[in-house]
Design a protein around this ligand. Structure first.
Ligand SMILES: Cc1ncc(COP(=O)(O)O)c(C=O)c1O
Length: 272
């Protein structure tokens, strides 16, 4: 595996990328970072991969349902998504979009799809990848989530969250002792990552939850390298996420809660 470096604004080292693509078989990128909230130029990167003769795979876990993306027009070969984030589906289900002409081997094998005469799994998609009995309840839940998202429209959800993200950043920037860590990235994922000078992320998150009913995610967010870029790999950070259901009142309440916690001397200096 060759890793391509980035910077704290979510920009990739393009020279390093060109070197990494040379002779590679698969180019994997995140559509959006779950720590920086930045969005990659998936179309341009897919074109680079194509020119280098490398198959491209976009992990859209942090973007699907949050940010508009035209899969077929993007030039990407494979797009993976998870069901339980912006698609509003249940846990344990996700999807893989496969461009016509790209072959994918099954990870698991079992059953013969719709043709009992076959000795193994069919060659036709999606049956080719669907081993065993399908998780029909999760599929029904995911379908309901997708229908809701399409009904709301991803553009509308993105515009709504974008305005709230700007409001949240402005509110947090105004709280003494808060350090915004993620870049503004208005077109990116609807998240804001920050630290507090006098309260560690876990304490802040626990207080927000127990005392104010505000849920945030502290820590390294399964992405230590992204935290290294932000300089928060030792302490982690707090990430706030916005979505279709978030309101201006939610944002203002959350900012007020953080202000109150930081002003409470009993939690001051909890940074290890
Ligand atoms: C970029 C990215 N890919 C994949 C996942 C995991 O997806 P799943 O929960 O479907 O395994 C996550 C988050 O959990 C993620 O942020």
């Amino acid at each position: 595996v060759r890793r391509v470096e980035g910077d704290a604004d979510g920009r990739l080292d393009m020279e390093g990328l060109r070197r990494a693509l040379d002779g590679a078989r698969l180019f994997v990128i995140n559509a959006a970072s779950n720590v920086l909230g930045t969005r990659l130029d998936v179309e341009a990167l897919a074109a680079l991969a194509r020119d280098a003769g490398v198959i491209s795979l976009v992990d859209s876990a942090q973007a699907a349902g949050h940010l508009p993306f035209d899969t077929a027009a993007s030039g990407v070969d494979l797009v993976a998504f998870t069901g339980h984030k912006g698609m509003l589906g249940p846990h344990g289900i996700g999807g893989l979009w496969v461009r016509e002409g790209i072959g994918v081997d099954p990870l698991l094998r079992g059953g013969t799809g719709g043709n009992s005469l076959l000795p193994g799994m069919p060659d036709a998609y999606p049956d080719h990848l669907e081993a065993g009995t399908q998780n029909a309840p999760a599929m029904a839940g995911l379908l309901a989530g997708i229908e809701f998202v399409l009904d709301q429209s991803v553009e509308r959800i993105a515009t709504h969250a974008r305005a709230l993200k700007a409001r949240l950043r402005a509110g947090l920037a105004d709280v003494p002792g808060i350090r915004l860590r993620s870049p503004a990235a208005p077109d990116g994922a609807p998240i804001v990552t920050f630290t507090a000078d006098t309260v560690d992320p876990n304490t802040l998150a626990a207080r927000l939850d127990r005392q104010h009913g505000v849920l945030v995610r502290p820590g390294l967010h399964c992405a230590p390298d992204a935290h290294r870029l932000l300089g928060t790999e030792a302490t982690g950070a707090v990430r706030m996420s916005l979505g279709w259901a978030s309101t201006e009142t939610d944002v203002d309440r959350a900012v007020g809660a953080i202000r109150a916690i930081l002003a409470d001397e009993t939690v001051a200096a909890s940074i290890p």
